[in-house]
Ligand binder design. Structure first.
Ligand SMILES: Nc1nc2c(c(=O)[nH]1)N[C@H]1C(S)=C(S)[C@@H](COP(=O)(O)O)O[C@H]1N2
Ligand SMILES: [Mo]
Length: 255
């Protein structure tokens, strides 16, 4: 045994695991509550295990925050799978035809300076590139290069209020989700407008999608329209924090 100091993090993690093993999930759940690590889908049959997974991973990840990045030579070749349809609404189709000149991403809620961004504005901000794996919960994956602006850059521009706990994400095809501030501030979380060196193709989410490298497919919302910073992820839809949880997937999709 080396070192006498046991970090607080270690204590919490060990505590959660031990509580789950010895005393049942109820105790782990109480510990997670104490540290504010309760996912929006914490109720119902899978609720306790959703809470345990989320709380334990968030604590462990303070150590290993980055998703693996790959070489250019590892980018997937051939046809890349697509999930979901390009939005059919007339307003979306018109923007697509016009190269998204009139598209705006509005960002409001618990922010000091609500505003909306054009695609041209997003492209002017410092850009990031990442070659990461996109893994769909349904068993397929691909590696691609993504280009975009860090969500954290946008959050800094609008000024996040201290009560902020989630970013709610809305799209043109009525898919929506919420992301906690850990993912929202994460350096690999991008508002991506480019894929494999080109403009983001419509089927992959044009003009801008979320790229959240540490989460499964459905957390990477495409066809963005609106971001709302909030302290309550349960106020939308059926109160489970996203469209995917309403279809039975876990709100937290960490990988
Ligand atoms: N707006 C929107 N975002 C979405 C989806 C969708 O149908 N609509 N599908 C999700 C799922 S399940 C996956 S796996 C990825 C797929 O990304 P791709 O189509 O670029 O491969 O997008 C996610 N984001
Ligand atoms: Mo997916």
């Amino acid at each position: 045994m080396s070192g006498r100091k046991v970090s607080r993090r270690k204590l919490i993690t060990t505590g959660l695991a031990a509580a789950a093993g010895v005393a049942g999930l109820g105790v782990a759940d109480r510990l997670a509550h104490r540290y504010g690590l309760i996912p929006p889908d914490a109720e119902g049959f899978y609720g306790p295990s959703n809470t345990l997974t989320y709380a334990a991973q968030r604590i462990l990840q303070l150590h290993h925050p980055l998703a693996r990045e790959f070489d250019r030579s590892q980018i997937s070749k051939g046809v890349i799978p697509v999930k979901g349809q390009v939005p059919a609404s007339e307003s979306y189709r018109r923007m697509l035809r016009d190269g998204f000149a009139d598209w705006r991403l509005s960002v409001d809620g618990l922010v000091a300076r609500p505003r909306s961004f054009s695609l041209a504005e997003l492209r002017q901000f410092p850009s990031c590139h990442q070659i990461t794996l996109h893994a769909c919960e349904q068993g397929w994956s691909f590696i691609a290069e993504w280009t975009g602006v860090q969500l954290s850059y946008i959050l800094n521009l609008v000024g996040i209020r201290p009560q902020a706990k989630y970013v709610a994400i809305f799209s043109y095809d009525k898919v929506w989700d919420t992301m906690d501030m850990f993912d929202a501030w994460h350096p690999q979380t991008l508002l991506a407008y480019g894929m494999n060196g080109q403009e983001l193709p419509a089927p992959h989410g044009a003009p801008v999608r979320v790229r959240v490298a540490r989460q499964v497919g459905y957390k990477n919302v495409k066809f963005l329209s609106h971001l709302i910073v909030t302290d309550n992820a349960k106020q939308y839809g059926k109160g489970l924090g996203g469209k995917a949880p309403e279809a039975g997937w876990a709100w937290y999709g960490g990988i």
